[in-house]
Design a protein around this ligand. Sequence first.
Ligand SMILES: C[S@@+](CC[C@H](N)C(=O)[O-])C[C@H]1O[C@@H](n2cnc3c(N)ncnc32)[C@H](O)[C@@H]1O
Length: 231
Amino acid sequence: MELKKISKAFDILAKAYDLISYTMSLGITIYWRKKLIDESINKITPNTKYIIDLCSGTGDIAIGIIKKSQNTNINIIAFDASFGMLKILKQKSKNINNIFPILGDISQMPFKNKSFQISTMSFGARSLFEGEKDFKEYLKEIYRTSSNLINLETSHPKNPIIRILYYSYLYLIIIILGSIFFPHYNKEYYKTIMNFPNQEKLTNILKEIGYKHVVAKSLLWGTAAIHIAHE
Ligand SMILES: C[S@@+](CC[C@H](N)C(=O)[O-])C[C@H]1O[C@@H](n2cnc3c(N)ncnc32)[C@H](O)[C@@H]1O
């Protein structure tokens, strides 16, 4: 899907995004984001100064890292293509002065090579996936700006019974309920989840890009995974 269409869809969704995301996942995505935040905190050292949160949206990851980290010198760039989502982030982080929202496209980021010690991304990678070739171009740009990526994304359970249950749940929640609450984007949203590579495939893609060490941590029977990739 074209970036203009994606950012417009998220602009429309922005005010209701958190509520939709938390309730439709029965709160599970809150727990998964906490896991990503904890993994990021583990990577922070006293020398860590700059982190970029990609597809930052309404900012739960950036805000969570700042709140939990002992390192008070950290600055987080919250990077996203949707002005509406970043506006909500700005409201949610009004008492935090080291989160900097930047509007832009991940395919062309205005940062020097290896500007960031850590990059994080949650539920953003699947928006970047429209076939492996284009996805790799996005990942190359992410790798150019930081050698450490911690990525949370939906995945595909291996167990066939769980897979059928999970896909049925997604269909019910996104296609049926989503047609009431966000009809302008529900079908595309569903497609991004279904088309995204499974965790083994994503591990291989990250290695092909240049990350030498990639560890995938499976969440809830493989319905999602956190990939920790570094040089
Ligand atoms: C599903 S939301 C995820 C938001 C947040 N990280 C979370 O955990 O809920 C995906 C976000 O990715 C952003 N996005 C999609 N494609 C992008 C791109 N090419 N460059 C920058 N942001 C993009 C959208 O604007 C949207 O805010």
